[in-house]
Design a protein around this ligand. Structure first.
Ligand SMILES: CC(C)(COP(=O)([O-])OP(=O)([O-])OC[C@H]1O[C@@H](n2cnc3c(N)ncnc32)[C@H](O)[C@@H]1OP(=O)([O-])[O-])[C@@H](O)C(=O)NCCC(=O)NCCSC(=O)C[C@@](C)(O)CC(=O)[O-]
Length: 300
């Protein structure tokens, strides 16, 4: 395996949205600038959602405006409905992400509507984005299990992914929101979805709750998937996904890819510095194994 993999860094959004410690817009901007310095150029920086649902993302307009000038970088923001679209567009968004679920329980908890209603909500957003020249990425959550409904059938994931693709998403990221997947299941799922949506347009967004995320990614890479979502330091989680821990850590993904001969263009030293900066602010150690190993080495 020696071809290119595209990393979508989700730390400043998914990584911070569920943190108890308030993170100011200035601190989130500094974190993003550090990630850019490390060589990450596709970064999810915020969301235009209800501030009651996700208070941490309240300054996303300020954050997006501050970082948007960086040439050669692409910044994504989450948008659940037309109100969010208007906010994102006003702040200068060039790429937005709509987010659906493969399970009804999570859809209801997360965005207060059924899966079918969410697709209906996204249709006018997609239409407006197309007219405004704004690219739209899609997410499907709970692809390998749901905290409310339990098991999720691959056919449900295929159906929602296909709907987002048919609506015009350029890429759909498959979220193992609660990190329950194992490699065989991840592989089976990707095969099923790739029968309807090209593999090159599928992202792998795997949380690491059960320590399976890297193994699941490796299985996905073997199947031909080439887009990986990850968060610096292994930050992440969603208040509507109880018990779930963070995303797979970007450091761990970069270390694995480089070890496989896949160049990432990421400077590990700078990346660990970015992770250490945000970890200090949050008052906790990074869960990334690579960051922990390199920090321990630097201390000795
Ligand atoms: C979708 C809604 C808004 C529905 O929430 P709702 O209560 O049904 O919305 P509503 O239309 O009835 O409006 C209620 C209030 O929210 C306001 N409102 C309505 N829309 C917006 C908006 N866009 N921005 C700001 N405010 C908004 C609206 O103006 C109103 O304000 P009020 O009159 O009460 O003062 C809400 O449930 C919500 O914001 N949910 C977002 C939840 C979220 O962000 N979750 C985390 C991201 S998803 C995730 O992490 C998974 C992922 C993507 O990483 C992949 C994976 O791991 O699986």
């Amino acid at each position: 395996m020696s071809d290119q993999v595209h990393i979508v860094e989700v730390g400043p959004r998914d990584g911070l949205q569920n943190e108890k410690t308030p993170v100011t817009a200035e601190a989130r901007i500094a974190f993003i600038e550090d990630l850019i310095k490390a060589g990450l150029h596709t970064i999810e920086v915020g969301s235009f959602v209800s501030p009651k649902a996700i208070p941490q993302m309240v300054n996303s307009d300020q954050v997006l405006r501050a970082v948007n000038h960086h040439p050669g970088s692409e910044f994504h923001v989450l948008v659940p409905n037309e109100k969010g679209y208007e906010g994102a567009k006003a702040a200068g968004a060039k790429v937005i992400a709509v987010f659906a679920s493969a399970s009804e329980g999570f859809s209801k908890a997360n965005i207060n509507c059924t899966v079918a209603e969410s697709i209906e909500r996204f249709a006018p957003v997609m239409e407006r984005a197309r007219a405004d020249g704004i690219k739209v990425r899609g997410y499907v959550s709970c692809v390998l299990g749901c905290p409310y409904d339990g098991e999720v059938k691959p056919s449900a994931v295929v159906s929602v992914t296909k709907k987002l693709w048919d609506l015009g998403c350029y890429e759909v990221s498959l979220g193992d929101t609660i990190g329950v997947g194992t490699p065989a299941k991840a592989r089976q799922l990707l095969r099923a979805v790739a029968a309807e949506v090209p593999m090159k347009n599928l992202g792998m967004h795997f949380h690491d709750t059960y320590g399976q995320a890297l193994a699941n990614l490796y299985a996905g890479l073997e199947e031909g998937a080439r887009v990986i979502d990850s968060a610096a330091g292994g930050l992440g989680g969603c208040p509507y996904a109880p018990g779930a821990t963070g995303n797979v850590a970007t450091e761990d993904v970069v270390y694995m890819l480089e070890g496989m001969g896949i160049a990432t263009g990421v400077d590990m030293k700078q990346l660990v510095a970015a992770t250490n900066g945000i970890a200090r602010l949050l008052g906790k150690s990074p869960v990334s194994r690579v960051a922990s190993a390199l920090n321990a080495k630097a201390r000795n």
